[in-house]
Design a protein around this ligand. Structure first.
Ligand code: SF4
Length: 475
């Protein structure tokens, strides 16, 4: 999920921030989608109750995850499907590759799937001589440009229409010589390219949004219809599903089918909600494989605070409101899951060594928590992971946590903040000590070990009059 040699978030963010075109594309796209989401969410009078239901169902599922997964396996098998279990990405890729090779096929069509991005399935299949064609329009753009996705829902959010026109003109034989950047023309070009692939494919691969344990029904929700083509036209369908995607019943599914479209694409319902149960004679694929993958999820489940990240329904609302994401874009996170959800999920799935800078990729403003349709308290998990990271790095430096400078500084701050007398004394001392550093009401550079704080931001100066002093003067 994070490749060796991937730069840390601060390094990659610095490069992204220098790209004015990228910032313009991202700012425009996220502001538009934010406004649309807010409007459709405001139409639902019981939105908060719906969010609470979404959170509660997921929590219940996670408490009995083993039972729900075994129930799902039984239901899928009863309906004629074949269930596989994969401990990690490598095992998942091997299972999928073996199924494809078993059918003597060297080309497959793929619906958009974050889980297979996580396992680097395309690359693993390519090593076995199998070409996986992405069919989601944005994923296709990424694949043709040999690029990386930068958003969960809109992987090519960093590209504008002109960049896509140039890419299609260069890479697709279906592009007319006078192709313009009109979205209709671009979509039509992609459609002509994809139709041929859909009609010729014998094996399709998809992800899974939800799977109902009661009946073994699997669901994919999407906006373009390519997912439905992938899951219905080929003879063989392979769906790869993270183990946290199971829901017990159709009533539970109903909650998420209301929460997801408004939070993700700002639509009242998904344009395409595909649901299938095993295999049916004369209708759809004749062979259905469901690959259930762990890949670090049970490790996340073991973390009492962090496990709420498994509630995520990948709507991307938290990305669209995040001030950090809006400025850096998704590539800076260096992972399949960018934005606030990536900042908590990636370090827990991959381990803190590879992703230790990600929990710091946040201003802790709380906007992500406010919009999350399943109420994941992302700031709480970020702080928890920062604590874990500090503990691990102090241990690695051979310093006992209680003796580390950070720990001593935090203890001192806690004492100051707990006492009005000490707090006011600290304010007075700060006012005096800061005078050589203040310019235009701001401190741009702190001295000594504190300089890291001002490396990327200004510090507001302690005001000449505190709120309490102001209040006292008027009472
Ligand atoms: S964390 Fe919440 S808001 Fe973010 S993608 Fe997941 S469900 Fe959506």
């Amino acid at each position: 999920m994070i490749d060796a040699g991937t730069p840390s978030f601060p390094e990659a963010a610095r490069t992204a921030l220098a790209d004015a075109q990228l910032r313009h594309n991202l700012g425009h796209a996220t502001q538009t989608i934010r406004a649309k989401r807010a409007a459709v969410v405001a139409e639902v009078p019981d939105w908060q109750e719906l969010r609470e239901a979404g959170r509660a169902v997921k929590e219940r599922v996670l408490r009995h995850l083993d039972q729900h997964l075994i129930g799902l396996e039984e239901s899928v098998t009863r309906a004629g499907g074949i269930v596989h279990w994969a401990r990690d990405g490598e095992e998942c890729n091997r299972i999928v590759g073996d199924i494809i090779a078993g059918h003597g096929v060297d080309e497959v069509v793929k619906a958009k799937s974050l889980t297979t991005e996580e396992t680097r399935l395309n690359e693993a299949l390519a090593e076995r001589g199998i070409r996986a064609w992405e069919t989601d329009l944005a994923q296709l753009i990424i694949q043709l440009g040999d690029d990386m996705p930068s958003h969960i829902l809109v992987p090519a959010i960093h590209k504008n229409r002109e960049q896509i026109r140039a890419l299609f003109a260069r890479t697709l034989s279906e592009a007319s010589p006078d192709l313009t950047d009109d979205p209709r023309e671009l979509a039509e070009t992609a459609r002509r390219h994809l139709r041929k692939l859909f009609l010729g494919a014998r094996v399709g691969i998809s992800g899974v949004n939800f799977a109902v344990a009661d009946t073994g029904t699997v669901s994919v929700v999407e906006s373009e219809g390519n997912g439905r083509m992938c899951t219905t036209l080929p003879e063989v369908l392979i769906s790869v599903m993270g183990i946290e995607k199971v829901v017990p019943t159709w009533e539970d599914l109903e909650v998420y089918l209301q929460l997801l479209p408004r939070s993700s694409t700002a639509e009242r319902m998904n344009p395409y909600t595909s649901l299938w149960t095993g295999v049916t004679d004369g209708d759809g694929p004749r062979e259905f494989h469901l690959v259930l993958i762990d890949n670090g999820r049970t490790h996340v489940l073991a973390d009492e605070i962090g496990r709420q990240a498994l509630n995520c329904i990948r709507c991307s609302a938290c990305l669209n409101v995040c001030p950090v994401y809006e400025r850096t874009g998704g590539h800076a996170y260096g992972s399949t899951y960018p934005g606030p959800i990536g900042a908590i999920l990636t370090p827990m799935l991959t381990g803190m060594t590879a992703a230790k800078s990600l929990p710091y990729a946040s201003s802790l403003c709380g906007a992500c928590y406010e919009v999350c349709p399943v109420k994941i308290n992302i700031p709480e998990v970020l702080v928890h992971l920062r604590h874990e990271e500090v503990k691990a790095s102090t241990r690695a430096r051979g310093v006992r946590e209680r003796l580390s400078p950070e720990h001593a500084a935090m203890r001192a701050m806690a004492r100051v903040f707990a006492s009005r007398r000490l707090y006011e004394a600290a304010q007075r001392a700060g006012r005096l000590a800061q005078w050589p550093l203040v310019r235009d009401g701001k401190i741009r550079r702190l001295p000594g070990p504190l300089r890291g704080w001002t490396a990327a931001r200004d510090l507001p100066a302690v005001p000449s009059q505190s709120f309490r002093d102001w209040w006292r003067d008027r009472s």
